[in-house]
Design a protein. Structure first.
Length: 508
């Protein structure tokens, strides 16, 4: 115990300037996060998240390299310094200089957002556990494998470059497909933590550099393979718990015909009517991902795709989206958007359509009425606040922001003026602006979601006016917020057989 305390106080005394710099960065980040009333972090906050994480990793490395483990000429190896007190001193240093300040910053952020930290103490502690396994342990392990700080910096920047390539860089793109990556994230964290523990144990207990480095390289390749090749659909294949749902073409109804007539006909745009059979459950359904391919009579395959951060300039022949008109959001259509060359190849032929889709079944939670320019606590969702704000062009918007230390589920929102019967419906995070720079805020204790209702100063009757709300109605209106509680997931393969696409063109 005495030797451990001596080592800890020595590290704290020698590294106090570096620790102080990280505390200043943390204070700036906490203040910025505490004042943020938007679901997307600013580039400043995104950069601070990234740089503070790197700074903490560097501080851990400096502490470890006070007593380097690589080489046979380190002064401390000639002293009676056993490895358990040494390792304990390094872990105590990381806990008191990184995790305790981070926990206090989280408490400050929740208090600043008028959320009780005591009510979410388990979530705050679990956040520190995840950070310990994802950053602290790996940084300590990498530092135990290098001779000096310069080698550590090179290793960290090499790892950061690989992560940037795997994640498409730092540019934010709107993601209209909500992909569930919980399985991928859990596997990556598990591999990192297990490999870090193995490396740390091997280095501190045995000081066997070669086996520890082999272990680290194998873990890095495993994490890269999981991040690159584990598809998002695997989440639904392994965790699917809905009994035998089906997705198939359905017959058109008179209501469908009137909808297709009202929709403006577009070239190379097709609506396919679909029906989802939920098996034994009567819950509503969302299509979170859909992938299909169109096979021409000549055997040419046209797969659907979308713009991704990794490959933003790829040519896309076909994009597919679910479309819903029902109040519960269950899709009744698949939109097929062809490129002009692809449309010329399929417009006069009967084509074969097949693919797969991931489904989420849900039932509505307890609806809560949110006053305009007020706030309310929504069960299973979080604290929601509404306010009238201006956009970049000084146009009025009614903004609804929901925040919680827990994951925020999907939710539907309805803005209604009872006297006139005017009503607008929207969903949390239904749109996202594109902005340069990093926007991830993994150090924040809060999850956020928001939506906007566009306001107008006069009652419009022009086409498209159904998407705007008179500003004079706002004071006497209310917002109903309904979370959607996920009850099941499923991965569904479908085969629509041969289809004549010209029969499903809108407006026909």
């Amino acid at each position: 115990m005495r030797l451990m305390l001596i080592t800890f106080k020595k590290d704290l005394r020698r590294l106090s300037p570096a620790v102080a710099v990280t505390w200043v960065m943390l204070a700036v980040l906490a203040r910025t996060d505490g004042w943020r009333a938007d679901w997307m972090a600013s580039p400043l906050e995104g950069w601070t998240n990234l740089l503070l994480t790197l700074a903490w990793a560097f501080v851990i490395a400096l502490a470890v390299l006070e007593e380097p483990l690589v080489g046979d000429r380190n002064f401390w190896t000639t002293r009676p310094h056993e490895w358990p007190p040494l390792l304990t001193a390094k872990l105590l240093f990381a806990t008191l200089t990184i995790h305790v300040p981070s926990f206090l910053a989280d408490v400050y952020i929740l208090a600043a957002r008028d959320i009780s930290p005591a009510a979410f103490l388990p979530e705050l502690l679990w956040k520190q556990v995840l950070f310990f396994g994802a950053v602290t342990l790996p940084a300590l392990a990498v530092a135990s494998l290098v001779r000096d700080f310069t080698h550590f910096v090179i290793a960290v920047f090499g790892i950061a470059a690989v992560l940037a390539m795997l994640n498409g860089g730092l540019q934010g793109f709107p993601d209209y497909y909500h992909q569930d990556h919980a399985l991928r994230s859990a596997l990556v964290r598990l591999v990192l933590a297990a490999a870090a523990l193995g490396v740390i144990g091997t280095q501190y207990a045995r000081r066997r550099v070669l086996p520890a480095r082999v272990m680290a390289v194998v873990a890095a390749l495993t994490v890269a393979a999981i991040s690159t090749w584990l598809p998002a659909r695997a989440e639904y294949a392994l965790r699917g718990n809905s009994s035998h749902p089906r997705l198939a073409l359905r017959d058109l109804t008179p209501a469908d015909d009137s909808l297709r007539v009202r929709m403006k006909a577009k070239e190379a745009f097709v609506l396919l009517p679909i029906a989802i059979t939920a098996g034994s459950t009567a819950d509503s359904a969302h299509i979170s991902m859909v992938q299909l391919e169109v096979v021409t009579p000549g055997g040419e395959h046209i797969p659907s795709g979308r713009v991704t951060a990794e490959r933003p300039f790829d040519k896309i022949d076909l994009m597919t989206y679910p479309y819903a008109t029902a109040r519960d959001g269950t899709p009744e259509w698949l939109e097929l958007h062809f490129s002009r060359p692809a449309w010329e190849r399929v417009r006069r032929a009967r084509v074969h359509i097949r693919g797969w889709a991931t489904l989420q079944f849900y039932h509505p939670g307890q609806a809560v009425v949110l006053p305009v320019d007020g706030h309310a606590d929504v069960p299973n969702l979080g604290r929601c606040t509404s306010a009238v704000v201006d956009d970049h062009f000084s146009e009025p918007l009614l903004k609804v922001l929901c925040e919680s230390p827990r994951d925020i589920p999907a939710a539907s929102l309805t803005l209604r003026h009872d006297a006139s019967g005017r009503e607008l419906r929207d969903r949390l995070n239904s749109s996202r602006r594109i902005s340069p720079g990093p926007h991830d805020s993994w150090l924040s204790p809060l999850h956020r979601g928001q939506t906007f209702f566009r306001l107008t100063d006069r009652l419009e009757v022009i086409p498209g006016a159904q998407w705007i709300f008179p500003r004079t109605f706002v004071a006497s209106s209310h917002i109903s917020v309904t979370p959607e509680i996920v009850t099941g997931k499923a991965l569904v393969d479908f085969d629509f057989g041969e289809v004549d696409l010209t029969a499903w063109l809108p407006g026909r």
